[in-house]
Design a protein around this ligand. Structure first.
Ligand code: SF4
Length: 83
C-alpha cells in the first residue's frame, strides 16, 4: 500500500481490511458503538489531521475507522485532541 497522508482506508481502497473492520464493528454491542453522526464527525476530523497516514493514526497505531467506532474512545493526541 502506498503511503497516503490524511487518507482513510476507505480512500486508499484497502477493501479487505476495511471489510474486516466493518465486520468487527458490526459485532460490537450497540451500547458500545458511536452513533452514525458521531462516527462520521470523528472521521472527518481525522481526514483533516496530519497524523493520519493510510487509515492509521500515527499517535496510537490504530485504524481510525475502527477506533472511532467505540463510543468511549477518543482521539489519542493529548496535546491537541480532535475528538
Ligand atoms: S490524532 Fe486524532 S484526529 Fe488525528 S488521526 Fe489520530 S485520532 Fe484522528
Amino acid at each position: 500500500m502506498e503511503e497516503c497522508k490524511r487518507c482513510l482506508l476507505h480512500d486508499v481502497a484497502e477493501e479487505d481490511t476495511l471489510k474486516s473492520i466493518k465486520e468487527r464493528i458490526d459485532k460490537l454491542p450497540e451500547q458500545e458503538k458511536a452513533g452514525k453522526e458521531l462516527y462520521s464527525k470523528r472521521l472527518n476530523e481525522c481526514k483533516n489531521c496530519d497524523n493520519l497516514i493510510s487509515g492509521v493514526c500515527m499517535k496510537c497505531g490504530c485504524y481510525v475507522e475502527f477506533r472511532a467506532a467505540f463510543k468511549k474512545q477518543n482521539c489519542p493526541n493529548t496535546k491537541d485532541r480532535k475528538w
